[in-house]
Design a protein around this ligand. Structure first.
Ligand SMILES: Cc1cc2nc3c(=O)[nH]c(=O)nc-3n(C[C@H](O)[C@H](O)[C@H](O)COP(=O)(O)O)c2cc1C
Length: 391
């Protein structure tokens, strides 16, 4: 995409619309959708949007910095790229593009277990760059993954704990996502009407899932391998399992998918360095409360003993500020950067990160703040209309 055209992308929503044009519908819906009736996915966005920031004036905000420390390093802003599986399906080389854009922006990124790109093939990362793990029923295989990512230089592990079973995604059922490997006429027509995506895939060869290297029983091709991996995730993973993981991973450990104070306490008691308040972008338990509603109780329970990261519905810099004000140390982007990757690759993610940084800077300045940390506990008003149902 030309630089001039890219410069007109003003928001994550602009990238979303372009991703919708570029991706076959079956893939766009996989990226864009959530579990069941998508009420939790919608609540993540709606509850963030309902929070009103409180403008402050007559304060000296001439010298401002977005810099923030989290995951053991000083980052350019309190934002990182979270784990998004199948980025390499949305755009050939999607994971490497994300890591390069993150490095350029001075923030960390997290590689998903469901990635196409091998951890060894990523551009040398920044402090805080992470690998996201699902603990498998086969603990020997899990340990082998840990050794592989440690050898590849990753110092931080995100263990995702909100996938005891796979979320039920209605869009994928309707579109027949499972049949993508052996497409029927409808899917073929969908693919054929998106020639730019097809050309990108054809140039780079059919994607495979990097973790499945050396797992012949996982089958061939990304979809078969992803289905195999999903079936390997251990639904018996609990606090004891987390203690086991802590003994096997020497680096920084973040527990992703915590939505209440009690689970945050368990994670910290088991040795977590960070918790990620997340409902998987509303892709798992439909009907769960929004993450922004869950955040204050988790932050209170953590009480500074670990870092609190946050995701779910972050599309703008103002959303980041709202999460910081409710106790987050930093936010993960999910769909927002995946839309940008699908739309315009590395350059698209770079533009999105610039927009989010500029919006965060403006939101801070107009709220009378000069640094992200200053937001913690500062006043903001919930909207007059009732938020989505809580617990
Ligand atoms: C297409 C897609 C794939 C995802 N894959 C993973 C994954 O492999 N591991 C994981 O922990 N989270 C995964 N997530 C969840 C994200 O890390 C994040 O929690 C979520 O996208 C945040 O919500 P948001 O997209 O509304 O910002 C995925 C999300 C999407 C949209």
């Amino acid at each position: 995409m030309s630089e001039g055209r890219l410069a007109r992308f003003a928001s994550a929503e602009d990238f979303r619309l372009e991703a919708r044009r570029r991706l076959p519908r079956i893939l766009f819906d996989y990226l864009d959708g959530g579990a069941c009736g998508e009420t939790t996915m919608a609540a993540n966005l709606a509850d963030l949007a309902r929070i009103r920031l409180a403008p402050r004036v007559l304060r000296d905000v001439a010298a401002r910095s977005l810099a923030a420390s989290f995951l053991g390093a000083r980052q350019a802003m309190p934002v990182m790229l979270g784990p998004v599986g199948s980025l390499g399906l949305f755009r050939a080389g999607g994971e490497a593009a994300a890591f390069r854009a993150a490095r350029q922006a001075g923030i960390p990124a997290c590689l998903s277990s469901f990635a196409v790109t091998r951890p060894e093939d990523l551009p040398g990362g920044r402090g805080g760059d992470a690998f996201q793990l699902y603990v498998l029923k086969d603990r020997g295989r899990t340990e082998a993954i840990l050794e592989r990512v440690a050898a590849a230089g990753f110092g931080t592990l995100f263990v995702t704990v909100d996938t005891a079973v796979s979320g039920i995604r209605e869009r994928d059922l309707r579109n027949g996502l499972r049949r993508l490997a052996r497409p029927d006429l409808r899917i073929l027509a969908d693919l054929a009407s998106h020639p730019r995506w097809c050309a990108g895939m054809a140039r780079n060869g059919l994607p495979a899932m990097m973790l499945a290297e050396g797992w012949p029983e996982a089958g061939r091709g990304y979809l078969a391998q992803a289905a195999f991996l999903a079936g390997q995730i251990d639904p018996g993973f609990d606090g004891k399992g987390l203690e086991w993981l802590r003994t096997r991973w020497r680096g920084r450990l973040a527990v992703k998918g915590v939505m209440c104070a009690e689970d945050a306490r368990i994670a910290i008691d088991c040795g977590a360095d960070a918790v990620v308040v997340s409902n998987h972008g509303g892709r798992q338990l439909d009907g769960a409360r929004s993450t922004i509603r869950a955040l204050p109780a988790v932050a209170e329970a953590v009480a500074g003993r670990a870092e609190v990261l946050f995701d779910g519905g972050i599309r703008r810099g103002g959303d980041v500020l709202k999460a910081l004000m409710r106790g987050a140390d930093a936010c993960l982007l999910g769909r927002a950067y995946a839309y940008a990757a699908a739309a315009a690759g590395e350059a698209g993610i770079a533009v999105l990160l610039r927009r989010i940084g500029a919006e965060l800077d403006a939101a801070m300045a107009l709220s009378g703040m000069t640094a992200p940390g200053a937001g913690r506990g500062a006043a903001s008003e919930p909207a007059a209309s009732p938020p989505s149902p809580g617990p």
